[in-house]
Design a protein around this ligand. Sequence first.
Ligand code: FE2
Length: 377
Amino acid sequence: MENVTYSGEKIFDEAKDFLPINGTDYVELFVGNAKQSAHFYKTAFGFQSVAYAGLETGMKDRVSYVLQQDKIRLVLTSPLEEGGEINAHINKHGDGVKVIALWVDDATKAWEETTKRGAESYFEPLIEEDAHGKVVRSGIHTYGETVHIFVERKAYNGAFLPGYQPWKSDYNPSEIGLRYIDHMVGNVGWGEMNKWCEFYAKVMGFAQLVSFDDKDISTEYTALMSKVMSNGTGRIKFPINEPADGRKKSQIEEYIDFYNGAGVQHIAVATNNIIETVAELRARGVEFLRVPDTYYETVLDRVGEIDEDLEPLKQLNILIDRDDEGYLLQIFTKPVLDRPTMFFEIIQRKGAQSFGKGNFKALFEAIEREQELRNTL
Ligand code: FE2
């Protein structure tokens, strides 16, 4: 395995290559009303209509809409019947991420290697076929009720998966420059961070990129801890957060309370032009966390020179951070659901491979202001 340098350190010596992953294949959310969620992700986030499965395609118990923007593929699934796994998931968690699907060349081997190392099977390797070829999928459980599905699609050229038909829509709002999933963060319960980091290390061969303790991530009131796990190529990055003791209830506890357990906290999506992307998101009604304008009085002292003018960044409330390799621009939406659970991060990397440590305090104070409004601090 080739060593990848992050922040000046070679940290991939321990990353194993028994589980080669090409990238994120799709993210599936179980939602109460997939039709309306699809409309939201098209209108507000610029996702394009790709594929559909439901009553019209012979699916009896559920409906799924597949949306895509560059390399980011979302699947929105709702149940059509009472009872069953999807209803139970929505009842317990509200809308949320069920599946983080990983694109592999061999889904059978991926399942064998991970279950051999202790992963709990979600389903055994399964071959699905239609006129467009064949897909092999398999699945394992991760934190909470979240699962990973391995997708092998080298012998398939259909719209998405067997059973889906292309979704031709007359309503196609333009894309907004979202390109790929940069990282996906999991929130886990008290004292569970190390257990899940070990899971990613042992079962999936990931290595730890970086770790933040409660001294790095705390405000006057709340605290959390975080470790970032990455696969060998660095394409898949999963930070894992757990709450830490503070004077008031941390955002991670609030998430766990409302999600009723561990789950995906945020999906960070990359853009090449964060100013254009965020201006468009705001125009389309997406709401963001806000840091005080005073943030911009000192930010350049901290991060040094940047290519962008500060004024549009300030107007859009985009945050800036720097590490040894460059800088990054980032912003966080408010939760995109009624429960204060999942949100999105928009990120533009200009060399930096880190996660915005310099912004943590300002950000968490912004979240605390929101928690105060929700009476959950
Ligand atoms: Fe993030």
